[in-house]
Write a protein that binds this ligand. Structure first.
Ligand SMILES: [Zn+2]
Length: 262
């Protein structure tokens, strides 16, 4: 009897390992709410061994994802729609989705921006101010051109992309306020969104209040999940993380479960 149970358990482990679908979240109940998606690169890294592979969605797959959103009744919202919802409690959008891009990589201009224009899809890009204009990252003219399109808005991802929980209050405030000031000077408009590097500090009772003290209204974590809608901003925003190599089935799970893999 015990031997039979052990064999059944081993068999279950084998199937769990062998068939990835068993390791996905399809059997979780779907969450209705507001999905913020966390992207990094849109590009052509297709080698799974490359460390940037999970952070890179191919242009073809990204286009498929935009079509999936449009064909399945999702509303791709702009940062200002989220701010408006937070301030007024209005929930005009069905199945709201916000596309966010961390770190401000150069491909966000060369590859992503033409696709956003093609589908008239808004997006929010988080910039690390010390990196702007350095190799591999967006330049100020590119940032301004995207801003002028009305499709892309920009938030702060600090000055130097450090783990905020490891810094002193004073150092954190500098990362928060100086990056905001630099962005606002260059963009000639207010910057209301903040994204925690490595997700560090998003749920920390010391760090998070400093983000609001610095003048931000919206804060984005790296914790996976779907946010309640109407959204009150009591907690930092959860984000689903579509990874390189995933399918549209994964994408559906990301949008409805907040993650596709267990
Ligand atoms: Zn980052």
């Amino acid at each position: 009897m015990i031997v039979a149970l052990i064999l059944i358990a081993l068999g279950a482990c084998y199937f769990f390992y062998k068939y990835p679908v068993l390791r996905s979240t399809w059997y979780w109940p779907a969450s209705k709410g507001f999905a913020a998606l966390m992207y990094h690169h849109i590009g052509t890294i297709t080698n799974p061994q490359d460390e940037q592979f999970p952070f890179t969605i191919t242009p073809l797959m990204f286009e498929k994802q935009l079509l999936f959103l449009k064909q399945n009744g999702y509303s791709i919202i702009h940062e200002k729609d989220l701010l408006h919802a937070r301030q007024t409690g209005h929930t005009h959008f069905d199945k709201p989705v916000l596309l966010t891009f961390d770190d401000g990589y150069a491909d966000n201009y060369t590859v992503l921006f033409p696709l956003l224009q093609k589908y008239q899809a808004p997006a929010l890009i988080f910039l690390v101010t010390d990196k702007i204009g350095t190799p591999g990252y967006l330049t100020w003219p590119q940032v301004r051109e995207m801003q002028a399109s009305g499709l892309v808005s920009f938030g702060s991802h600090t000055c130097s992309h450090q783990r905020l929980r490891s810094l002193s209050d004073e150092h954190i405030m500098h990362e928060l306020t100086h990056s905001k000031q630099v962005l606002e000077e260059q963009l000639k408009s207010s910057v209301v969104s903040f994204c925690y590097p490595f997700g560090s500090g998003g749920f920390d009772p010391r760090v998070r209040p400093l983000v609001f003290k610095a003048g931000y209204a919206l804060d984005f974590s790296t914790k996976k999940g779907i946010n309640p809608w109407p959204w009150q901003g009591k907690k930092s925003i959860l984000r689903a993380f579509p990874r390189g190599g995933e399918t549209l089935w994964d994408y559906h799970l990301q949008l409805t479960r907040g993650r596709s893999k267990l």
